[in-house]
Write a protein of this length. Sequence first.
Length: 242
Amino acid sequence: MAHIFAHRGSAGTHPENTMVSFMEAERVQADGIELDVQLAKDGVVVVIHDETVNRTTDGTGWVGQMTYRQLRKLNANYEFKQYGFCPIPSLQEVLEWVQGNSLLINIELKNNLVPYERLEEKTIELVERYRLASRVIFSSFNHESMATCRTLAPHIETALLYMEKLHQPWNYAHTLRALALHPYHPTVDRSFVEAAHANDLLVRPFTINKEERMKTMFQYKVNGIFTDFPEKAKHIREKTLR
Ligand code: G3P
Ligand code: MG
């Protein structure tokens, strides 16, 4: 059965990459959460999507040029005012919280545009500290970073994120010892899923918010989907599998 990952938490109804958004994913019984990590100036692993705070908070500037203390003062709730002030979480805060539930955690390393020194080491250290390796999937558009993660922590699953229609990406994925492909969903059709499975790779397309497309993905037997609307996805999955 395809796992439903709440993308940036339940970002369709709650402020993305914040604790309330992750808690909503737990409430609706998503199988997992997806979150994006970067490094603050003082080396704290923080949960935020963009390389700057401009879009998602009331501040301005580069994530990597601000300390965690500075970042923490910002309100990461720009859209859903009913939730009030929502700080940027640290990865540590999220991992402490997931110890109280059984959610899977897809940690996307956002180091494709800004290279963060030792983001991989710091992220792995936190996952190990909270003994979450078996519930964690690392992913990134930065495939060098995925190779590094696999070398540093061979027991933690890695997945390759990509946007394009690639030719037989399983061959490439095997060279990086990745266990999963996380493709942009328009590149995915039934034969692709079948070929990936035949080549021992899991497929989890992103980001699927339309009911019809969710249904199609479940019919293709993908291993997971990322969605901003995990509650809706759960209903569709139930109906599709009936
Ligand atoms: O990990 C799936 C998805 O989050 C990748 O794209 O830009 O939403 O981080 P993005
Ligand atoms: Mg992401």
